[in-house]
Design a protein around this ligand. Structure first.
Ligand code: THU
Length: 134
C-alpha cells in the first residue's frame, strides 16, 4: 500500500504528466504515475499517432519508461484524467500492469473530488501472466 506521502507524490506526477499529453486526435489528455518497489516514481502521458491503432496510453508510457530503467515491480498506479468522473485503465493496460504489478493498487483521480481506488486483481481477475509460462 502506498503511504499518504507516496500517494500525494504519485497524484502530483500523474497530473503533471497529463500536461505533456500528445492527444490531437482524441483530445483526451491522460497522465499516469507508477510507484515501483525501489520507491521511485515514473510518470507518462498518452502519445497518439496519425495511424490511430498505434496510440499509447499514459499507463503504458509510464510502465515502459520504468522497465527501461530496470524496474520490474510495480506497487501502485495512479491515473489522472481531466474529467468529472475517474477513468480506469483500459484492458491492454491492465494486462501490462499485470506483468510487473499483479497485486498493484490502482487509483484513478480526476478534476472532481471523485476518485476510485481498486487493485489489479479486481480489474483483471484470473489474469494470464508470467506465472503461466514458468
Ligand atoms: N487513454 C489512456 O492514456 N489511458 C486510459 O486509461 C484510457 C485511455 C488514452 C488513449 C488515447 O490516447 C485516449 O486516451 C483516448 O482513448
Amino acid at each position: 500500500m502506498p503511504t499518504p506521502a507516496q500517494r500525494r507524490r504519485l497524484e502530483r506526477a500523474a497530473r503533471a504528466a497529463a500536461e505533456e499529453s500528445y492527444s490531437p486526435y482524441s483530445e483526451f489528455r491522460v497522465g499516469a504515475a507508477i510507484l515501483t518497489a525501489s520507491g521511485r516514481v515514473y510518470a507518462g502521458c498518452n502519445v497518439e499517432n496519425a495511424s490511430y491503432g498505434l496510440c499509447n496510453c499514459a499507463e503504458r508510457t509510464a510502465i515502459f519508461t520504468a522497465a527501461a530503467e530496470g524496474e520490474r515491480q510495480i506497487r501502485a498506479v495512479v491515473v489522472y484524467t481531466p474529467t468529472k468522473q475517474p477513468t480506469l485503465p483500459c484492458g491492454a493496460c491492465r494486462q501490462v500492469i499485470n506483468e510487473f504489478g499483479p497485486d498493484a493498487v490502482v487509483i484513478s483521480v480526476c478534476d472532481s473530488d471523485r476518485r476510485l481506488e481498486t487493485t489489479l486483481p479486481e480489474l483483471l481477475p484470473h489474469a494470464f501472466g508470467p506465472k503461466d509460462l514458468a
